[in-house]
Design a protein around this ligand. Structure first.
Ligand code: PMP
Length: 405
């Protein structure tokens, strides 16, 4: 078999379909977020303002976080030195797991190397080990949940996105004796819509199902202590498992689940995605710990962030640029054309120093292509005005329709 030929043919097809990914070669500069250097063709550099980062609150460059990481690397060195079971558990991991359990009002927490791994490994283990279990998965769930479910080979039922009637009908039609898990997210990252968590828990309770909630895009952002949408709604105790990431609002890297002592001990004991991999470096755990502790007390970042989201939306509305209304912090600017979306993104970067990655199929449906804008508390009014003016001029050049305010 000519493997090279196969690889090249697959890549050509991606390019033809406009789905080939090109990474922006960025250098984030500590202390100057959301500004970054963009390396162009490996030689020139360009100063850009980043408008599509998931470091939603800029904590990845907060002096509080970087100081904690410096201290930890000086104290503990670079790596964890092993898996959690074989010499890799550092005191920072223990403190961080306690902090996360407290954040979500749960008895215990367990760290993974990313949010992806936490979903994949936890769902894979639950569904792989509980006899006859069935999973009820929201159709818009993230790839990490889908892959974990697929890997387990458990019986799966996909329910329509955020559709309570469909969920109830599908649970009612299932084998009443089968153990059941309902898996869903709070904030969905592309449309920015939010699940009716309490109503989903009510339905899950009717059928004795366990609930698994991914709060990856909500932790640090919602709730009085940054515990997510479930904290804001005062319903954290209704969820069997709350999963989150340390890589978005907390600004570092890593993933976790929280739940009862027995559940966490069980996943810790049986999940190969937890057991057979090197633990997170102590520096990352220390940085995440500092970030979480800070955001538990400080409302300032969340307040400024909300203000900036509102300012961006207002600016876009005034310019007649259509954005998808939603109750979260994500501002999807709908282009609805793959080529124009990519073109606008390219010109924004090259000529306006504005970086927004285009989001095309398969991440979103064809015809729903967009620029996913994520304002942060650190964007200035001048940044916002420049973003809106730049988008507005490209909107005209592309002859895209405007909304009349
Ligand atoms: N869940 C959701 C809903 C996500 O959007 C993502 C990443 N974009 C993940 C999980 C994975 O988290 P991480 O980036 O920490 O691997």
């Amino acid at each position: 078999m000519d493997f090279e030929r196969l690889f090249r043919a697959d890549l050509e097809k991606l390019k033809e379909d406009g789905n080939y990914r090109v990474f922006a070669d960025l250098e984030r500069r500590a202390g100057s977020f959301p500004k970054a250097h963009h390396h162009v063709d490996g030689t020139d550099t360009q100063d850009v303002t980043v408008w599509c980062s998931n470091d939603y609150l800029g904590m990845g460059q907060s002096a509080i976080v970087t100081a904690a990481m410096h201290e930890a690397i000086d104290k503990c060195g670079a790596g964890a030195g092993g898996t959690r079971n074989i010499s890799g558990t550092n005191h920072y991991h223990v403190l961080l797991e306690r902090e996360l359990a407290d954040l979500h009002g749960k008895e215990a927490a367990l760290l993974f190397t990313s949010g992806y791994v936490s979903n994949w490994a936890t769902l894979g283990t639950l569904l792989g080990r509980i006899p006859d279990v069935m999973v009820f998965s929201d159709e818009m769930n993230h790839a990490s949940m889908i892959e974990g479910i697929r890997h387990s080979r458990a019986r799966k039922v996909i329910w329509k996105h955020n559709d309570l009637d469909d969920l109830r009908a599908k649970l009612a039609a299932a084998d009443p004796d089968a153990p059941k898990i309902v898996a869903f997210e709070s904030v969905y990252s592309m449309d920015g819509d939010i699940a009716p968590i309490e109503a989903i828990c009510d339905i899950a309770d009717e059928f004795g199902a366990m609930t698994y909630l991914d709060e990856v895009h909500a932790v640090g952002m919602y709730g009085p202590r940054g515990g997510g949408v479930a904290e804001r709604e005062g319903i954290m105790d209704r969820l069997t498992i709350i999963e989150g990431t340390l890589g978005k609002a907390f600004g570092v890297m890593g993933g976790y689940i929280t739940g009862s002592t027995a559940l966490i001990d069980w996943i810790r004991s049986f999940s190969s995605g937890f057991i057979f991999t090197t633990a997170l470096p102590p520096t990352l755990a220390a940085g995440a710990l500092a970030s979480i502790r800070h955001l538990k007390k400080s409302e300032m970042e969340r307040r400024r962030h909300k203000d900036n989201v509102a300012k961006v939306r207002l600016g876009l509305t005034r310019a007649g640029i259509p954005w998808l209304d939603n109750p979260s912090h994500i501002v999807p600017v709908m282009v609805r054309d793959a080529k124009k979306c990519k073109w606008i993104s390219d010109i924004l970067m090259d000529q306006h120093g504005v970086y927004v990655q285009p989001i095309n199929y398969p991440t979103v449906a064809r015809g729903a292509e967009r620029l996913r804008i994520t304002p942060t508390p650190l964007h200035t009014d001048a940044d916002i005005a420049h973003l809106v003016a730049s988008l507005s001029s490209l909107w005209s050049q592309c002859a895209l329709a405007r909304h009349v305010a």
